[in-house]
Design a protein around this ligand. Structure first.
Ligand code: CDP
Length: 788
């Protein structure tokens, strides 16, 4: 569809260059570590070498003897203010600093406050801690066995390591469908722990101004307003009221869900600043970030799929064990402890489904964050896309043909899934067809058959995913009781330039550009004349922040609605200036004209000037509006990805030869930014498919706690992504847009895993857990006698 505005205005559909990039590519961004205040002190953290141990003694003497070290802060110090524990976003509790015992390796044990970063680090090395190791529970299955050591001894009535049981769907109907099925398949699928590993680690500068009694915290947070409220709720009893707290989230070097939680370092820095009256900076190093910050995934899934012998899918049954580490600190909506995992029927018209999830405590750091994913949708997509592939192979049907047969059809939208979601719009067959044409699917299948005869291993994998983004409608979505609306406030200045502030917070997605484009689309003010601000709780309207691809579906909609409120007033002013009735005016972006007299025109800039200089008697001056948008539904972006892999029979190495990604995020605001989001997302999907995993040995020692072992994809491992789009607008979003930021991360791993299994199915391989590393494949090939 051709854009409605000119390139000079730069509304929707224009690839406007990112406004933030001149700042970023010249190294002129302002990240938390760039904040330097006079008299600032530095905090560094002593961390536990044990995964589970009693703390017998903390001796600060050698540390405080180091020049520049001012204090060693322990859990006992915080206990005096009842700040040694804090609530998590899932209403569990998490230690700020321990008083009795540590629960995972690299947990915070004490903090050192010093006049320089170096003195603080020397202090950390000098603090002497005496530990008494306790039995370690690493495997969540063993954690739930009778007789397993109970980890949360702080919870008086807790007699086991079970956190919660959650189930959804019609069990009886699902069981009946399985009993009546002609074919069923069952598979155990493990989706391992991974870490977002953003370029910037976490950190803050806390400054308690004793004169004005005000706390300002610059911090790496994706949700500044929610953090302000949490701080006020947790520390209200020590005098930190919400109007005396200002959270500033400056430029952020990647968040991906990892910067939603409150980490102990933030709280200790705030406490240290309140006690000393000095600014306190805490910045994690890379290993602290990888070893102690929240993790994603870690789902142990058993899935079953049922079908008729004609290949019609009928039912899905899933049981999952979720390893949450020692506390449930996932940032899920309150009502859904397993996030949005129950979107697991995916793109398929299943008549019955039932899901059960159990959470378990283990001696690991908190897990369960939404890594570039709408809570648990990546786990859901991986499961259904793997299962559909297994069923297709089992029935001897081509996986593309099998999907085409079972897709929800365009005429079925709005579609109510067996697990209760109402999908807004979709054309799944259209996206798959386009991907198949682009990659030359039929020819690839011929090539594969040829190669197989020669003993070569080539696989073709499809992932036709359905995403669920835009949390969320307040009737279903809250975090700690805060409804998940979002906001936009617009002020048009007398000269026709504008400022718009939002409750979200970009971490690299380009909001300064795309929000300005939404306003340009609606108001006709050029995007370059619109300043977008986010992240300062003293100025921005309240919002729940940016994660789970909610910015476009929720705050983007707020921008459109606020713009339309501005236009309502602008119409009245234009009518006054043109001496016509408001209903006799015709609007096109940027100007009102009189019906039948197109030369009688007032531009938005003229109207803005009049709003301050010549507005009708009785009307308030100014041209401003605010919207707090509560979406009526989520948006359901989708896509079809096709991946071609070649497997080296000698080494087990998997090479992604081609990868075609067709995405549909409804109407597109900025095609260049969407393409960038998909490129980055695909690389973040390739990562867990082939490389990344955080595991633990039996003592709870983290494996993969540095970039030596935690393998991020570099340009060398990243194939040339071939991207494209279909456009199926959302019927309920004011701009017809859906989110896109995480689609590729969600959809890509299954395409790669399906391609690998497709290459090996004829050898009797049904499933390979990600990450699909060369040793894993080599062992399989050796067992099958393919290599020696
Ligand atoms: O919440 P987050 O910004 O991470 O995700 P998003 O809403 O999916 O948007 C990611 C980026 O893509 C933003 O800059 C959006 O404005 C842009 N986008 C777009 O240009 N068109 C869409 N239909 C969806 C997102």
């Amino acid at each position: 569809m051709a854009p409605r505005t000119s390139p000079e205005v730069g509304g929707m559909g224009h690839s406007v260059k990112r406004k933030e990039d001149p700042r970023f590519i010249r190294g002129k961004g302002t990240y938390v570590d760039d904040v330097v205040l006079p008299g600032m002190l530095y905090l560094d953290i002593v961390r536990s070498p044990f995964a589970h141990a009693k703390i017998k003694k903390i001796d600060p003497a050698s540390a405080t003897a180091i020049p520049g070290v001012l204090a060693v802060i322990t859990g006992k110090d915080l206990e005096k203010y009842n700040l040694h524990w804090m609530p998590t976003l899932m209403s569990d509790t998490q230690m700020v600093l321990p008083v009795e015992k540590v629960m995972y390796q690299a947990q915070e044990v004490a903090a050192v406050l010093a006049t320089s970063r170096y003195a603080a680090a020397d202090g950390v090395a000098a603090v002497e801690v005496e530990y008494e190791p306790l039995p370690v529970v690493v495997d969540p299955k063993k954690a739930l066995e009778p007789g397993a050591p109970v980890l949360r001894t702080d919870k008086k009535d807790k007699k086991d390591n079970h956190i919660w049981h959650w189930e959804w769907g019609d069990k009886a109907k699902t069981d009946r469908a399985f009993a009546e099925a002609d074919v069923t398949v069952k598979e155990d699928i493990y989706i391992p722990r991974i870490h977002v590993a953003s370029i910037e680690t976490c950190g803050c500068v806390a400054h308690f101004d004793k004169v004005n009694d005000k706390l300002t915290v610059w911090m790496t947070t994706q949700a500044p307003h929610a953090i302000r409220t949490v701080f006020a709720l947790v520390a209200g009893h020590v005098g930190l009221a919400e109007h005396k707290i200002r959270i500033i989230s400056p430029d952020i070097g990647g968040g991906f869900g990892g910067k939603v939680p409150v980490y102990p370092g933030y709280v200790i820095a705030v406490a240290a600043s309140v006690l000393t009256g000095k600014p306190v900076k805490w910045i994690e190093d890379r290993m602290e970030n990888l070893q102690a910050d929240s993790f994603a995934r870690d789902y142990h899934i058993t899935a079953e799929l049922a079908a008729r012998k004609d290949g019609t899918l009928t039912a899905l049954r899933i049981k999952t064990l979720a390893d949450h580490g020692y506390t449930d600190a996932a940032a899920n909506p309150s009502k859904f402890p397993a996030g949005l995992f129950h979107v697991c029927t995916g793109s398929y018209d299943l008549k019955a489904a039932h899901v059960e999830v159990d959470g378990a405590y283990t001696n690991k750091p908190p897990g369960g964050i939404a890594y570039r994913c709408s809570f648990r949708v990546t786990e859901a997509v991986h499961t259904i896309e793997r299962m559909v592939d297994i069923m297709a192979h089992q029935l001897g049907t081509d996986p593309a043909e099998f999907r085409m047969k079972n897709f929800v059809k365009p005429e079925q939208f709005p579609y109510k899934s067996a697990l209760g979601w109402e999908y807004d719009s979709g054309n799944y067959a259209g996206a798959l067809q386009k991907a198949m044409e682009r990659i030359g699917y039929a020819e690839l299948r011929r090539e594969q058959a040829e190669k197989r005869k020669r003993g070569q291993l080539m696989g073709i994998g499809i992932s036709s995913f359905t995403e669920i983004v835009g949390a969320g409608p307040s009737k279903h979505f809250d975090i700690l009781g805060l409804k998940m609306f979002d906001s936009c406030e617009i002020r048009i200045h007398p000269t026709g330039k504008a400022i718009a502030r939002f409750g979200t917070k970009s971490q690299g997605q380009g909001h300064e550009t795309t929000y300005a484009q939404i306003l340009a689309e609606e108001l006709g003010i050029p995007a370059k004349d619109i300043q977008v601000e986010e992240g300062d709780t003293d100025t921005a309207p309240y919002g729940l922040g940016t994660y789970a691809s909610r910015s476009t579906p929720v705050a983007g909609a707020a921008a459109a609605i606020a713009s339309r409120k501005v236009l309502d007033k602008a119409r009245k002013i234009a009518a006054y200036l043109l001496e016509a009735a408001p209903e006799d005016l015709v609007y096109e972006p940027g100007k009102f004209s009189v019906k039948g007299a197109p030369n009688r025109v007032k531009t938005i800039q003229e109207i803005a000037f009049a709003a301050y200089t010549n507005h009708p008697q009785g009307m308030e001056a100014g041209l401003e509006a605010v919207s707090y948008y509560d979406p009526p539904n989520l948006t359901y972006p989708f896509g079809s990805y096709i991946c071609v892999v070649d497997i080296d029979t000698g080494t087990g190495d998997v090479k992604v030869r081609r990868f075609v990604a067709i995405d549909d995020c409804g109407n597109i605001i900025n095609p260049m930014i969407v393409e960038g989001q998909v490129h980055g997302g695909l690389t973040m999907g390739l990562a867990p498919a082939l490389l990344e995993e955080i595991s633990y040995d039996e003592y709870g020692n983290v494996q993969g706690g540095s970039f030596i072992d935690y393998l991020l994809p570099t340009a060398v491992e990243t194939p040339k992504w071939e991207t494209g789009n279909t456009v199926t607008p959302s019927p309920h979003h004011p701009l017809g847009a859906k989110g896109v930021g995480e689609s590729a991360t969600v959809g890509a791993p299954a395409a790669i895993a399906n391609a690998v299994v497709d290459a090996l199915w004829h050898l009797g391989v049904r499933h390979v857990d990600i990450p699909i590393t060369p040793p894993k494949i080599w062992k399989l090939l050796r067992a099958k006698g393919i290599t020696d």
